[in-house]
Design a protein around this ligand. Structure first.
Ligand code: CAA
Length: 256
């Protein structure tokens, strides 16, 4: 039983909906634990091919729960290490999509940045307001944003703590698409269902190779891509995909 998220699935797409709308889905530790646990469950569930994270109308998530955090000390944080479990999100192998309406701030923005694709409402607001609280992003924000937009731009946004519009986020390559608020869910699910028809093993091998490009040298990245290419040839889906091509029919991929 989960307290802070709702979970459902639809035709191979697993959805995790944040459910603390009164505090704009502020992420307390129990909620993050529920999200991560459910992500891992979907990742292991053979009937799920794509995962979607979504918030509520006013907010994807407005950051870590400030009330929960305010009395922490350096030592309590070091001992608890609450951000360690966020690393588990980076280990999810299936495509992970964020549907963002409203605010994605602080930890909420970091959660979206842990996703592979971000679809946002035209009036969504992204940002790292931590500087105004006398802290800094702690769940990867400085790293993700710098890799996406470069040092100078990331510094400017994170130093000033200002909110970025969806138009700006799109311009800097922070999000994939921005659509009218009422279309965010539809567009995200459309994309998710489109992905759910692709060969699942190809998708995960592509995800690993593309993410590796941000960290590895060109040669190391090419080696990893090559190994994944060779690995794909162990799958039935590779046989099915190529056979379907020669037989001029649509392939039916089973993720095996
Ligand atoms: N933590 C706890 N409660 C939060 C919250 C948060 N991050 N964000 C919003 N809330 C609560 C508010 O306290 C308020 O509760 P009450 O109704 O009980 O007063 C409720 O949600 C609605 O919020 P507002 O009344 O403030 O709504 P608004 O529309 O006027 O403003 C907002 C919206 C600009 C997002 C504003 O709520 C805000 O600035 N929130 C904090 C954003 C923030 O600083 N996030 C970073 C947190 S630190 C972090 O995330 C560290 C990390 O790297 C993980």
């Amino acid at each position: 039983m989960t307290r802070f998220i709702k979970v459902y699935s639809e035709d191979g797409v697993g959805v995790i909906q944040f459910n603390r709308p009164k505090v704009l889905n502020a992420l307390n530790r129990e909620m993050v634990d529920e999200i991560v646990t459910q992500l891992e469950a979907f990742d292991l569930n053979e009937s799920i091919r794509v995962i979607v994270l979504k918030g509520s109308e006013k907010a994807f998530a407005a950051g870590a729960d400030i009330e929960e955090m305010m009395e922490e000390t350096s030592l309590s944080l070091e001992l608890l290490n609450p951000f360690a479990q966020w690393d588990r999100i980076s280990l999810i192998k299936k495509p992970l999509l964020a549907a963002v309406n409203g605010f994605a701030l602080g930890g909420g923005f970091e959660l979206a940045l842990h996703c592979d694709l971000i679809i946002a409402s035209e009036d969504a607001k992204f940002g790292f307001p931590e500087v105004k609280l006398g802290i800094l992003p702690g769940a990867g924000g400085t790293q993700f944003l710098t890799k996406v937009m470069g040092v100078r731009r990331a510094l400017e946004w994170i130093w000033l703590g200002e909110q970025m519009t969806a138009r700006e986020a799109l311009h800097y390559g922070v999000i994939n698409r921005s659509v009218a608020p009422e279309l965010v869910e539809e567009e995200t699910m459309r994309l998710a269902h489109q992905l759910s028809k692709q060969a699942p093993i190809s998708l995960r091998l592509i995800k690993e190779a593309v993410h590796a490009a941000a960290d590895l040298s060109l040669l190391e990245g090419k080696m990893l891509e090559r190994k994944n290419f060779y690995l794909a040839f162990s799958s039935e889906d590779q046989k099915e995909g190529m056979r379907a091509f020669t037989e001029k029919r649509t392939p039916s991929f089973r993720g095996k």
